[in-house]
Design a protein around this ligand. Structure first.
Ligand code: CP3
Length: 343
């Protein structure tokens, strides 16, 4: 097998492999019965995140079942606002809540607690001991803009109107928030790397709501600061950026940020994107997660299209966004076979 020794890292260094490594965003989660069982045992989602033994277990579950080439730490991007002093909880069936929302509350009232994150580093150290040697361990954090949208609103929202309005109305105050998120994120990612993460990924899930000038200031520049700082402190650790929905901002993003890998969402036309992404830069993506739900011919065609488009380029197979809970688990096994060419 070609992918025998850390193929993910080879690709992130610019190597072109005949068979791409594969892992999937949200590969540990509610589409797996064993995940639901462990989550029940933990009590709730956050109990799982802060329990190193159980967080290790759910991270390993999809590796055992499907033989993915990478494991992603089981955690959430919102532990960073929690460490910055906001209260975090998940409303069953709804989603995350952060209090107090920063729309009308000053950041200065929050009392940060960096030690809160220690169990997560313990999870990473355990994972490094337990993972098969050919499987890479990915740590992650949210990018500042996406984190700020949750911190300002105190919950998810459709168009992130509050954060966008605040960024226009009081850019200095918004910049202070972004700078504080950058500082905590850098501390968090460096500690993840020291605990055993071999690659880190930055999720900018809500990048796509911003017009070009705002995109440059709140998405491109903060990602650039983080990638540059990590390059200084940990030059051998590849960074993957995911500016979801970047659209026409993609070229300026990759040229300015220069990550080792760029993750593309399912709306990106690979033929167009390949023209603006430097040849040595690894590309991760971008099968539509709903083609995975559908399975059958849609899945087979989607995989073939991506493999053909990515021939000759460093490629990591992934979805355009996380696996959705209604995904049949046998479709994931079929996807791995299709990508590895064993079907
Ligand atoms: O990819 C992985 O398997 C690693 C774990 C991971 C989770 N969240 C676990 C999780 C990662 C990388 C994330 C990132 C994350 N979290 C993002 C960025 C990526 C993306 O999906 O856009 C965002 C925006 C969040 C915030 C978040 N966390 C929301 C909005 C929700 C609720 C929505 C939902 O799917 O229920 C979560 C909860 C969450 N994070 C779950 C998981 C497995 C579901 C929790 C559960 O009920 O078991």
């Amino acid at each position: 097998m070609e992918c025998d020794h850390k193929c993910l890292i080879k690709v992130l260094r610019g190597e072109v492999l005949e068979t791409p490594p594969i892992w999937l965003m949200r590969q540990a989660g509610r589409y797996l019965p064993e995940y639901k069982q462990t989550r029940l045992q933990a009590g709730g989602f956050l109990d799982l995140v802060y329990n190193p033994a159980l967080a290790t277990e759910v991270t390993l579950q999809p590796i055992r079942r499907y033989g993915f080439d990478a494991a992603i730490l089981f955690s959430d991007i919102l532990v960073v606002p929690q460490a910055m002093g906001q209260k975090l909880w998940f409303e069953e069936g709804e989603g995350p809540r952060l209090a107090p929302p920063l729309l009308n509350t000053d950041l200065a009232v929050l009392v940060p607690d960096r030690d809160l994150l220690s169990p997560i580093y313990q999870t990473l150290s355990t994972l490094r001991l337990e993972l098969p040697p050919e499987v890479s361990l990915i740590g992650f954090a949210g990018s500042p803009w996406t984190i700020a949208t949750y911190m300002v609103m105190g919950r998810g929202s459709k168009d992130h109107a509050e954060a966008r309005t605040l960024a226009y109305r009081d850019p200095d105050r918004f910049q202070t928030l972004i700078d504080n998120i950058i500082a905590m994120t850098l501390h968090y990612l460096c500690a993840q790397i020291e605990a055993g993460a071999e690659v880190v990924m930055l999720f900018d899930s809500w990048a796509g709501v911003l017009p070009p000038k705002q995109f440059e200031r709140w998405v491109t520049l903060p990602n650039q600061v983080l990638v540059a700082a990590l390059g200084q402190s940990h030059p051998h650790i590849p960074v993957i950026c995911f500016p979801r929905g970047a659209g026409e901002n993609l070229q300026a993003f990759v040229e300015t940020v220069v990550p080792s890998g760029i993750a593309l969402d399912e709306r990106v036309d690979l033929v167009v994107a390949l023209k603006v992404i430097p040849e040595h830069m690894a590309i991760q993506g971008n099968l539509d997660q709903l083609a995975l739900v559908a399975g059958g011919q849609a899945l087979a065609d989607g995989v073939q299209h991506i493999k053909a488009a990515m021939r000759g380029r460093p490629h990591i197979f992934n979805l355009g966004h996380g696996i959705v809970p209604q995904t049949p688990s046998d479709h994931v096994a079929q996807l791995v076979q299709l990508v590895k060419g064993t079907r």
